[in-house]
Design a binder for this molecule. Sequence first.
Ligand code: HEM
Length: 331
Amino acid sequence: MTFHHRHLCLLTTLFTVGCFLIVTADAGYCGLQDNYYQTSCPSAEAVINAVAVANFTSDAFALRFASGLLRMSFHDCHVDGCDASVLLDGPGSEKTAEINHFLTGYEIIDKAKEELEAICPGVVSCADIIAYAARDAIVALNGTRFEVQGGRKDGRVSIASRAESQLPNGDMGVDELTANFALKGLSRDQMVVLSGAHTSAAGHCPGLVKRLYDFRGTGQTDPSMPQAFADQLKFQCPKATFNESVFITMDTFTPFFDTGYYRSLQNHEGVFTSDQSLYDDERTQPLVNTLTDNNLFQAKFGEAMRAMGSIGVNLDGEIRKDCRKVNTVPY
Ligand code: HEM
């Protein structure tokens, strides 16, 4: 990182918690680096990859864990920065928030941490484990590999209400989504690109209640939904008897990490309002159309993940010994 970049980081730190988003083509974001553990724990990325892949491939259903880890990286970074606050146990911590109800993959992070502590104790942060595992998840789902920077430290604070207030929800339109991402230093285009994570995603019925049965307080279904698509979602999510184990695939083409999500939006088959609005809004529709080119999507997604992975990075925190608890003694 050049002096100029470091200076910008420090300046921004005065206004935000930790190190905010500074985009540089040649250097890391705010002290983060590629191959960060190459001397301190050379097998770190390989160990995380092996643990993640073992979990993803145990059966076809286990690929859902891959998608879960990708979402976890977003829910970590978007709430007070990428500091593994989402992993902390305890009353009122982020993982108890309603918006994190369906988050999965905690055990995979625990397992990777356990293996890393056995070979390089106190070296690899939980926040970095999430970031590497999310990348490995994308690759497991047929996405293109990208370099992930390391160097994040783990935070000591995790508050459920902060997850509820900082994360976007599925009922938002482009204005709200753009404003939400701007607060994290991410552009509208990056928001559209990162939403492509929904190409291998599944939603659940509770998040669809309003759109299917009481759109904007009308007591009706969102009128912009094609009838057959609305009928199919209502069949999966009958009003009276929501089943939490029902998965609603957010890409109607394939379960893989590809352009199917954007093609679903072009077919007006975006599951949540936040998805469909990206195509329905004339400001974001051109980019949705462009992202149906798979090579472009994969390249843009990797770049955007690197940007997301640098939100509010804390270089002064700790390396947790157990990802679910803050350290009781300095480590
Ligand atoms: C643009 C704003 C976003 C909104 C409003 C949003 C909203 C949602 C909603 C409502 C769900 C379904 C939750 C459920 O019912 O279980 C979901 C799932 C998911 N989201 Fe997002 N999301 C956004 C951005 C992102 C980003 C940036 C990523 C990652 C880079 C991401 C990754 C995922 C994944 C992978 C799932 C599926 C998780 C699974 O299958 O277990 N989302 N999102």
